[in-house]
Ligand binder design. Sequence first.
Ligand SMILES: NC(=O)c1ccc[n+]([C@@H]2O[C@H](COP(=O)([O-])OP(=O)(O)OC[C@H]3O[C@@H](n4cnc5c(N)ncnc54)[C@H](O)[C@@H]3O)[C@@H](O)[C@H]2O)c1
Length: 254
Amino acid sequence: MEIKGQTAYITGGASGLGEATARTLAAAGATVGVLDMNEALAAKVAGELGGASAACDVTDAASHEAAMASLRDAIGPARIFIACAGIATGAKLVSRDGSATPLEKLTGAIRVNLIGTINSMRLAAADMAAMDPLEDNERGAIVTTASIAAFEGQIGQGDYSASKGGVAASTITYARELAREGIRVNCISPGLMDTPMMDGLPDEVRQSLVETTVFPKRLGHADEYAALAKHIAENRYINGTVIRLDGALRMAPR
Ligand SMILES: NC(=O)c1ccc[n+]([C@@H]2O[C@H](COP(=O)([O-])OP(=O)(O)OC[C@H]3O[C@@H](n4cnc5c(N)ncnc54)[C@H](O)[C@@H]3O)[C@@H](O)[C@H]2O)c1
């Protein structure tokens, strides 16, 4: 669909990939709604772009529903929905002392990245389904965010890999399910992107990951994610697919 004149909501839009996407879509003429747990940053980004923001915890049904209602009132329902909210976690099944790791340390990413994304998708899809169809009967486009850890997770990333594997695997299922409503569902699977999420990585780890990247030998830019998300929203024939954005990186076990 043509971006200009559409309304786009972005979860995790206060930072990193989501923020870059909010800026790119706004520059292309969309009115943006920024959904994020970080209320102050979300308001700052939305304010700079002439959009609206709402505090939202994607893991919480009531919080997400209230945030969607607030954005609907402010800027109307979204035809474009980009799900970028997410967290990175790390823990092994068995702790150093030989004891089983507490379950809650092994499920945080599944809660935010997978259940949160499903929560976003159900609300986005319900709004889109109620809108008038455009050309080809298209009503909306949803873009979710997995990670190459869905396919080559490193040791200690089981929770994160499982969360992203779930997002990637359900893409075709939801695309099939929502086809009747004219809603496309696609997923971007990034490699290593230069965002605040990567700030915690020690320099030597960052450097070794860059070395493993085939070409170009650097971290990805958030703008490169945003450009792909925009293209997916524009290109009606892209549906039900997971697109890697990773400079041909295949991560080693550790
Ligand atoms: N940066 C990378 O290298 C990379 C690689 C692969 C996948 N990803 C994925 O891309 C997405 C965006 O990551 P990023 O690098 O931009 O990170 P980021 O930390 O810069 O941004 C993530 C945003 O999500 C928000 N958020 C976290 N939990 C939330 C919740 N429960 N409800 C609402 N908002 C919440 C945060 O407040 C933050 O603004 C994530 O899903 C991440 O797993 C990132």
